[in-house]
Design a protein around this ligand. Structure first.
Ligand SMILES: Cc1cc2nc3c(=O)[nH]c(=O)nc-3n(C[C@H](O)[C@H](O)[C@H](O)COP(=O)(O)OP(=O)(O)OC[C@H]3O[C@@H](n4cnc5c(N)ncnc54)[C@H](O)[C@@H]3O)c2cc1C
Length: 294
């Protein structure tokens, strides 16, 4: 028996995120691996095999099975693995993060404890301009002089508001109300526990370029942290998830492609780079839908 955290994360420090934040993998379920297993992928494959009532019999490799499950959105086996993280992030990042409802969360209480004077400020080269294409995104860099001026102003404002917070507390105001003065770039922290199926949903949305850069930093760090724990799953996720390297075609796009292909002289059906017969058959089905004659 080996402990996955000992095996993979001995001495693992917090992964720094933004200027004062971090994400730390606290625990994994299953934490203890049976002899001969080197990752938690085994728990996913093992759960999936109960579908066939064959228990421990390995009719195909864990890798093939996990890739099949991922392609076919057979998702419950991925819920057999759970992760617990300790995370520290600005409140505006926490607000986006908390929208993911399937996690268990325990956050620092600003009623019980004082908030610390840690406020997020972006790096000078990361003060961004508003995107003209996507109304909720940023895409450029503010000129350096202006960016510096705004950062200086923000820093001064953060110091002033924290001083006011301290004054309110000294004057006897309740912590739960004094915090009203603090801006939403102040840091908070929480413990966050989630199963792998829902974590992958979170990561797909929050690693995506449409997500705000400040939350992407955390999502990217989590991908790095969990990959050694479930390497086969992460490989399959990267290959088959439409927000990673796969593409889902809409009905309209399929029709457009069919029209295009029908105007060519018998274009050869493209082959996928896989020796897996089942996967090849699945592609052949899609290729036929796209108008290739196979
Ligand atoms: C780029 C981006 C921009 C966004 N912009 C906005 C915005 O402008 N305004 C805004 O309010 N939000 C915004 N959001 C948040 C978004 O709308 C979702 O609330 C968030 O991404 C959580 O997604 P989810 O509900 O799928 O995830 P989770 O809450 O983690 O749920 C996972 C899955 O569980 C199921 N589920 C969970 N709870 C329920 C339920 N009560 N009923 C039915 N099914 C459930 C659903 O299948 C869901 O997909 C944005 C998100 C992203 C990634």
């Amino acid at each position: 028996m080996s402990d996955i955290l000992e095996t993979v994360y001995q001495g693992q420090p917090e992964t720094p995120c933004l200027d004062h934040g971090f994400v730390r993998l606290v625990d994994v379920m299953p934490r203890v691996l049976p002899d001969g297993e080197s990752s938690c992928d085994y728990a996913i494959a093992e759960a999936a095999r109960t579908s066939y009532k064959k228990g421990t019999q390995r009719v195909r490799s864990d890798r093939d099975l996990i890739r099949y499950l991922m392609r076919h959105r057979h998702s419950t086996p991925f819920e057999m693995v759970e992760f617990k993280f300790h995370c520290k992030m600005p409140i505006f990042v926490a607000r986006q993060w908390i929208r993911h409802r399937t996690a268990s969360v325990n956050e620092q209480s600003a009623r019980y404890s004082q908030m610390t004077d840690e406020f997020y400020l972006p790096e000078l080269e990361n003060v961004r301009t508003q995107s003209q294409i996507n109304k909720q995104c940023s895409d450029g860099q503010l000129p350096e002089g202006l960016a510096q001026q705004i950062l200086d102003e923000l820093k001064e404002y953060n110091e002033q508001t924290y001083q006011a917070y301290q004054n309110y507390l000294k004057e006897g105001m309740a912590r739960e109300q004094a915090r009203m003065i603090l801006p939403n770039n102040v840091y908070t922290e929480w413990y966050w526990k989630i199963d792998l199926h829902n974590l992958l949903h979170f990561l797909a949305l929050r690693c995506d370029p449409h997500a705000q850069q400040e939350i992407r930093v955390y999502a990217d760090a989590m991908v790095e942290l969990i990959t050694p724990v479930v390497p086969l799953t992460m490989e399959a996720w990267n290959t088959y998830h439409p927000l990673r390297n796969a593409i889902t075609l809409t009905g309209l796009e399929v029709e457009a492609l069919k029209d295009y292909l029908s105007s060519q002289d018998n274009p050869a059906p493209p082959a996928i780079d896989s020796t897996n017969k089942r996967e090849q058959a699945e592609w052949n089905d899609k290729a036929r839908q796209l108008g290739f004659s196979i």
